[in-house]
Design a protein around this ligand. Structure first.
Ligand code: FAD
Length: 392
């Protein structure tokens, strides 16, 4: 079994200065007081037009984002490619869902697809469906309520937007991931994405749906989606994640009096995540797998499935993925063993990606074990370099 602990490989593209900045950043975001203060102060500073760019840009933004524009991410993409790590450029500006921003986001997603088509180190594009429509319409449609005439027109525009994005990806042979978000929107997104897969995945999986395996019903949904794909003769594209909205989902279920869609324990989520991956690898002829996780055990399980099924490490039907700035030890050690690894690189104007950055900081505080893991590996590498220098 491969080791994910080789810090020399993990941090090969980081200078000593980079490592020290990372150590400081991870130390800070592992503190509850720091994250909750930042979460209050930053939006307030934005609101009163207090300049924050000078502090955010060289620190947390630089660590977790590729840049403010698509073009400013090219250096990061190139640097990762030196270690055979691929990139996905993810326009992460939080949308206000006005018609103007929806058009702006749609154009930017198309731009990422056209850009990916030109660069072999950018094999995927990605988008969040909720950025392309007013969320109340999405929610209403998902819950089966009747839309009024204006809402019907807006919903029609939404499906057309998704179709033109998928069509652009298909024409340019760029794989396209469609992110999953809140449970209350997902039903209608699943229907639309299934239609898109049927339309564009006849030869290969260009369109990928996302399954949040913290949901009780997703393993069953995976098998159902697979049966439909076989019946209608197309390839299934599946991006696996555990799911990012656990606390909010539980609260929403409680407040609105419906059973929580989320597993009761972490073990159940882990179990379904791993069973899902196993299922797709056992059906590799008809399913392409994208494994989005920072969980070492799930990544190792997947590498084991390669050996068991005699699949080449660089088989392009299977991808590992981590977020930019997180779990470098997993990404770089896997890439070093020739597995396909792709980093999700968010970009966008600082003001607009602030909610994403706050979520990253919060996630790193709440997944304490993981932040401590990152910190301890950074320290190991700093010491390894120091000892090497002293022993010369
Ligand atoms: C490349 C990539 C793309 C992503 N895209 C999406 C996306 O489209 N949509 C999305 O929702 N998220 C997305 N995420 C975030 C993802 O869902 C997880 O929140 C995050 O990756 C942490 O899970 P993990 O598998 O990395 O690690 P782990 O630390 O092993 O798992 C943490 C996760 O386990 C689950 N969990 C924790 N405690 C419990 C509990 N008590 N009961 C039940 N479940 C529990 C939660 O989902 C939690 O986030 C993405 C992550 C990556 C790396």
């Amino acid at each position: 079994m491969i080791s994910l602990e080789n810090t020399k490989i993990a941090f090969e593209n980081k200078s000593n200065k980079d490592l020290k900045s990372m150590r400081l950043l991870f130390k800070l975001i592992s503190k509850n007081w720091f994250v909750s203060t930042t979460k209050t102060i930053l939006p307030l500073a934005l609101y009163i037009h207090f300049p924050i760019k000078w502090i955010v840009k060289p620190t947390i933004f630089k660590h977790f984002c590729g840049g403010e524009t698509l073009e400013s991410c090219f250096k990061v993409v190139e640097k990762l490619s030196n270690n055979k790590v691929y990139s996905i450029l993810d326009y992460s500006a939080e949308s206000t869902n006005s018609n103007e921003t929806i058009n702006e986001v749609t154009d930017e997603i198309i731009k990422t697809i056209l850009n990916a088509a030109k660069n072999p180190f950018i094999p995927f594009a990605v988008f969040k469906p909720s950025a392309l429509i007013q969320n109340n319409i999405l929610e209403k449609k998902s819950s089966g309520q009747e839309l009024n005439e204006t809402e019907k027109v807006e919903f029609e525009k939404f499906t057309q937007r998704i179709n033109s994005i998928c069509n652009e990806a298909y024409k340019n042979k760029v794989r396209l991931l469609i992110d999953a978000e809140y449970f209350r929107f997902q039903e209608i997104i699943d229907i639309i994405v299934t239609d898109m897969m049927e339309k564009y995945n006849k030869e290969e999986a260009y369109i990928f749906n996302t399954l949040q395996m913290y949901r009780k019903d997703r393993l069953q949904f995976l098998k159902y989606s697979h049966n439909i794909a076989i019946l209608k003769g197309y390839k299934l594209g599946i991006k696996f994640v555990r799911g990012a909205y656990m606390e909010q989902e539980r609260l929403l279920a409680k407040n609105n009096n419906y059973p929580s869609p989320i597993h009761n324990t972490k073990e159940e989520t882990d179990n379904d995540f791993n069973l899902g991956i196993e299922y797709t690898i056992n059906n590799i002829k008809t399913i392409e797998t994208f494994c989005g996780t920072h969980n070492e055990k799930s990544c190792l399980l997947l590498t084991n499935l390669f050996s068991l099924n005699k699949i080449e490490n660089n088989d392009k039907r299977i991808w590992f993925s981590q977020l930019y700035g997180m779990s470098e030890h997993i990404s770089f050690n896997l890439a070093n063993e020739k597995y396909n690894v792709v980093k999700y690189i968010p970009y966008g104007p600082i003001k607009k990606v602030l909610p994403y950055l706050i979520r990253r900081a919060e996630e790193n505080t709440s997944i304490k074990g993981q932040t401590n893991r990152e910190l301890s590996l950074i320290k190991v590498e700093i010491n390894r370099r120091k000892n090497k220098y002293e022993n010369r």
